[in-house]
Design a protein around this ligand. Structure first.
Ligand code: 6PG
Length: 241
């Protein structure tokens, strides 16, 4: 069974993630190493970004962390839907961090060119295991349709990609997105799914109980090859478990 941690509410969950980042950044600093983190977008992580900016501003060794993205909408960085733009507004603008610590996906570039560029960035900047970059920590969300990163249920072929990054497409809006593939995600040392809200409870139950057809959901294909997977759920999201 996957490692499932339930929280009374999203605030308690955000606090736990903030403390984990603080701890892991400190350990890396003591080893004279950097902490390589990939962030997801959407609404759920906003609480964490606000908390980090307000209450961990001076306690986390920000210049010991390198920030990357799990996925990015193909929009300009100042667009309201930019995953990078959200983190910049809520977190980076409020802490002391060098831009050199931040490696955004360039949403305004040609999507397939950016997927290729970002793949090269990851290969040159991260340590490799099984010829694949290794993140220390990846924070994932799960959509109401069971997608994760920007791998949607109608694009399951992206899960078999040999590439590090691919171009996904939002099934209803058609918005292009650059996304890490499961090849990179599953190669991480630690993957945390951060899931809140009743709208996710049914699919979570199907995935975590491995119910019939659960593999139709991209989130079900996140299986770390050597690291650990933790599902951090609030009471609403875990209400059917
Ligand atoms: C994105 C995310 C995406 C997100 C899920 C959950 O760019 O939208 O990376 O995978 O994590 O859609 O989003 P919510 O947190 O808004 O439910």
């Amino acid at each position: 069974m996957d490692n499932i941690i339930k929280y009374d509410n999203a605030d308690a969950m955000a606090e736990a993630i903030a403390k984990l980042i603080e701890k892991e950044a400190k350990i890396k600093a003591e080893q004279n190493e950097q902490l390589f983190i990939a962030l997801s977008g959407g609404n759920t992580p906003k609480l964490l970004f606000n908390l980090l900016a307000k209450h961990y501003k001076n306690s986390i060794l920000w210049n010991n962390i390198r920030f990357y993205w799990v996925d990015e909408r193909c929009v300009a960085p100042n667009h309201e839907e930019s995953n990078y733009g959200v983190v910049k507004e809520l977190l980076f603008n409020n802490i002391d961090i060098n831009n050199s610590q931040i490696e955004r996906m360039i949403g305004e570039s040609n999507p397939s060119e950016e997927a290729s560029r970002y793949s090269s960035v990851l290969s040159s900047q991260l340590i490799m295991l099984n010829e694949t970059p290794v993140f220390d920590l990846i924070l994932l969300g799960m959509g109401d349709d069971g997608h994760t990163a920007s791998i949607f249920p109608n694009q399951l072929h992206l899960l078999d990609s040999k590439n590090l990054c691919e171009v996904g497409e939002h099934p209803s809006s058609g918005q292009k997105r650059v996304t890490l593939t499961s090849k990179v995600i599953n190669n991480a040392k630690e993957i945390i799914f951060v899931v809140t809200g009743k709208s996710k409870a049914q699919i979570l139950k199907e995935i975590l109980n491995k119910e019939e057809n659960y593999l139709q959901y991209p989130s079900a294909h996140i299986k770390p090859s050597h690291g650990k997977l933790i599902w951090m759920l609030d009471n609403d999201a875990s209400s059917m478990l």
